[in-house]
Ligand binder design. Structure first.
Ligand SMILES: Cc1cc2nc3c(=O)[nH]c(=O)nc-3n(C[C@H](O)[C@H](O)[C@H](O)COP(=O)(O)OP(=O)(O)OC[C@H]3O[C@@H](n4cnc5c(N)ncnc54)[C@H](O)[C@@H]3O)c2cc1C
Length: 467
């Protein structure tokens, strides 16, 4: 038997984009239903390191730390440039302009941020606000805000198709899995869910969908690790295509350069290895040599590893940088025990611990220190930053790292009103999308912190019910 359900607004996916849309629509008095296929809510957003790129916020860190000026225009320019000049400038500007409002909303939901503004790879200025709570905790807060506004969430409910009438998307078909230990009904439930106002796709990216990613990027076989949650598969993108939606940029799939070489996951060490570049951390190969400008975009740093290095490479830093990053003594002890991080009082001791030539590591550090001190230009063209530190006093640390499949830049084609477009560039009535399921913003390569901004900005637009 097929059960019929209805709502004003139906949202597919309970990640950040879905929650932002649900909050906005429910706050406008709409009857909102969010469908989530997994038995947990929050998707990839649960795993996020909490970096959010924004040119401004109520925290006013730029003024507080006397940092260089920024603007939404510069944020948009950096995003376009990092994306290889192929991103959709109208979408990019919408994201950059809306990012501060989105960040302020997260803060109003109770998301807290560290007392620092970071410069991360590819951004020309310090612009990344870093949450000091986990992605899971961020999602608990925004999920609660959406529920408090009146949105209803249903898990274990996978969308299997779109319903259309006279060219308009009017709802979806779905299957709701019964819990294995559930009492009473055990058959999966088939649902037809109608949406009188709109359907919003917020189903995330497809990094875990090896078949789909290999369709566009044959080199990204199963041998690559993946940082995403299990549900990051692209069936909703495929179903939307069957309903007439166009896709863009599907071949652009981002590798994250600093993942755990063993699991392919991104843990605390992986986040620190990436963020630390803005404070003067260096990356070295197994010969103990630097091989890249650490502040380049993720694509360039990943490419440099895959093309020119043996697995793994190492992020090298000292106590001063560890303190800035907030890497605690307890964490250092925990990570060194499991060989996720190596520590030594001297550089030579560190080289021995990770089995790389001490002389080469010393030469790499000395040369980088001379650059940081203003005595020479960087060997890899890095621009000297005001927040760089000398790698002078120990203890010294090394984090092994290697690229992992991380983010899909491509996806559904949308316009600045978050309307899903068809092959002729026309909006499909009743169909909207937001978040990582969309393409067009990040071009060939996404800048760190831009995904969370994109989710909130376009989630808000999709959920905003002004016509
Ligand atoms: C480890 C990690 C760290 C990251 N760190 C950052 C960071 O610090 N800053 C940043 O900007 N970005 C970061 N990103 C990227 C960012 O987290 C994601 O791009 C973003 O959270 C995606 O949000 P979303 O709402 O679009 O999708 P998701 O959060 O993935 O939510 C989509 C939801 O849709 C559900 N779904 C899919 N198909 C169906 C279906 N058929 N039916 C019903 N539900 C379905 C999924 O199960 C999922 O729960 C990180 C990503 C990872 C993996």
């Amino acid at each position: 038997m097929i059960k019929n359900v209805s709502a004003d607004i139906l949202i597919i996916g309970s990640g950040l984009a879905g929650c932002a849309a649900a909050y906005k629509a429910a706050s406008a008095g709409k009857n909102v239903l969010v469908l989530e296929k997994m038995d947990y809510f929050g998707g990839n957003s649960n795993l996020a390191g909490g970096g959010y790129a924004s040119s401004d916020s109520v925290l006013k860190y730029r003024e507080k730390f006397n940092l260089e000026p920024d603007s939404w225009q510069l944020h948009a320019e950096d995003t376009f440039k990092a994306g290889g000049g192929i991103g959709d400038m109208a979408l990019i500007e919408t994201m950059a302009k809306g990012a501060p409002e989105g960040l302020n909303w997260l803060i109003s939901c109770g998301v807290t941020f560290t007392d620092a503004l970071n410069q991360i790879g590819g951004h020309s200025v310090h612009r990344a606000y870093m949450s000091d709570i986990t992605g899971r905790q961020i999602m608990d807060k925004v999920h609660a805000a959406a529920e408090a506004a009146g949105a209803v969430f249903m898990n274990r409910c996978a969308v299997t198709g779109f319903l259309k009438e006279n060219g308009r998307v009017t709802g979806v078909t779905a299957v709701r899995k019964m819990p294995e230990d559930g009492e009473g009904e055990t058959e999966d439930e088939k649902l037809t869910i109608m949406a009188s106002d709109r359907v919003i796709i917020a189903s995330g990216g497809f990094s875990r969908d090896t078949a789909l990613r290999q369709k566009y990027c044959p080199a990204l076989t199963e041998d690559y690790g993946c940082s995403n949650h299990e549900g990051a598969t692209g069936e909703v993108i495929r179903l939307a295509q069957q309903a007439g939606a166009a896709v863009t940029g599907m071949e652009y799939i981002q590798l994250y350069p600093c993942a755990d070489p063993k699991s392919g996951g991104i843990d605390t060490c992986g986040f620190h290895a990436y963020t630390g570049a803005g404070y003067g951390m260096i990356y070295v190969n197994q010969k103990g040599e630097r091989f890249v400008n650490e502040l380049l975009g993720r694509d360039a740093v990943s490419d440099a590893q895959v093309q020119n290095c043996e697995k793994p490479t190492f992020a090298v830093f000292n106590q001063e940088i560890a303190d800035i990053l907030g890497l605690s003594g307890d964490e250092i002890e925990r990570f060194t025990k499991v060989k996720r991080l190596y520590a030594a009082d001297t550089l030579e001791g560190l080289a021995e611990a990770v089995n790389i030539p001490a002389g080469a590591l010393r030469a790499a550090v000395d040369s980088h220190n001379a650059f940081v001190a203003g005595e020479k230009e960087d060997d890899f063209g890095k621009v000297r930053g005001t927040t760089f530190h000398l790698l002078k006093d120990g203890p010294f640390y090394a984090i092994p790292q290697w690229p992992t499949v991380h983010f899909t830049m491509g996806g559904l084609k949308i316009d600045t009103k978050a309307r899903v477009l068809d092959g002729q560039g026309q909006p499909i009535p009743g169909l909207y999308a937001a978040g990582e399921c969309c393409g067009g913003i990040h071009g060939k390569n996404r800048l760190g912190g831009n995904a969370l901004a994109e989710c909130v900005v376009f989630g808000f637009i999709a959920g905003e019910c002004r016509r």
